[in-house]
Design a protein around this ligand. Structure first.
Ligand code: ASP
Length: 276
């Protein structure tokens, strides 16, 4: 993690905490924490999103709150700074959960979300050429995410990503898939994932961790059990933020590093890139 990323994480944690401290909802804290990270350009999300093989950025995001199990998500949106806000708008302004592609971008435009047009020209590669260049995506990750608990006892989770390096245009990972990249239920917990989506989807990791929380596992134990399953069953690699409704939480990863942090309002936020 670079010094700039550490500073960006601290800034995001402060924004989220202060919103909660002033009586804001967990949903708003999650959204605004992620907005800081999307805006920073320091992570693979929002303005920092990587290019797909055709040199276009396509982003995914989702958000969920644990009281009414409401959720919203967008996949493959282009040119917007805050996909997480588009996800929240899907949740609050439509009867749907997931919007995809150019029509999801149109939805964001309709709500006049801030645009961020990248100057790189789309690469004119034939589909066959792109297909040959695709990679399994084991390279760098950088999805951003957050979980929060508010004073009303509601929890929320969200995530936003530019995907993985050198992915085939059209590929969608776990981040906008409710139950895979994100889940939140006041009766079990809130989870936000990062890592290789192809593995996370097949284990439905976020929901699986929440199910174990509902069976009284601690966040650390639930996260460890499910990440172990991810590694052994599908050779996956991921990291998780897991929060129980009573405020216990765990930052757990089976990748070498995961930049993350937390803050309870006292002293300075804790940030690092190696947790349990
Ligand atoms: N989970 C994201 C995806 O597969 C990537 C990441 O977390 O870095 O799209």
């Amino acid at each position: 993690m670079t010094a700039a990323q550490a500073a960006g994480l601290c800034a995001a944690l402060r924004v989220g905490y202060h919103l909660l401290d002033r009586g804001g909802s967990a949903l708003t804290a999650v959204e605004h924490t992620i907005r800081v990270l999307e805006q920073s350009g320091l992570f693979n999300a929002g303005t920092g999103s990587r290019l797909q093989l055709d040199s276009v950025r396509r982003m995914d995001a989702s958000i969920m709150e644990g009281d009414g199990l409401r959720a919203g998500a967008v996949a493959s949106v282009e040119d917007i700074v805050h996909p997480i806000t588009a996800a929240r708008l899907v949740m609050e302004e439509t009867d749907h959960v997931l919007l995809v592609g150019p029509l999801a971008t149109k939805f964001a435009e309709y709500f006049q979300l801030e645009r961020h047009k990248i100057r790189t020209l789309p690469r004119r590669l034939s589909y066959a050429a792109m297909f040959k260049r695709k990679r399994p995506g084991r390279d760098r990750h950088g999805t951003v995410g957050a979980v929060a608990l508010d004073r009303f006892g509601t929890i929320a989770a969200g995530a936003s990503t530019g995907g993985i390096d050198l992915m085939l245009p059209g590929r969608v990972g776990d981040t906008p898939m409710i139950g895979c990249g994100v889940y939140a239920d006041n009766e079990s917990g809130a989870v936000s994932m990062t890592g290789l989506g192809e593995g996370i989807i097949r284990i439905a990791v976020a929901k699986e961790i929440c199910d174990r929380l509902a069976q009284e596992a601690s966040p650390a134990a639930a996260a460890r059990q499910v990440l172990r399953k991810l590694v052994t069953r599908v050779q996956g690699a991921a990291g998780t933020l897991a929060l129980a409704p009573d405020g216990r939480f765990a930052i757990t990863h089976v990748t070498p590093r995961m930049a993350a942090g937390w803050w309870n309002g006292k002293g300075e936020p804790t940030v690092g890139d190696r947790f349990q």
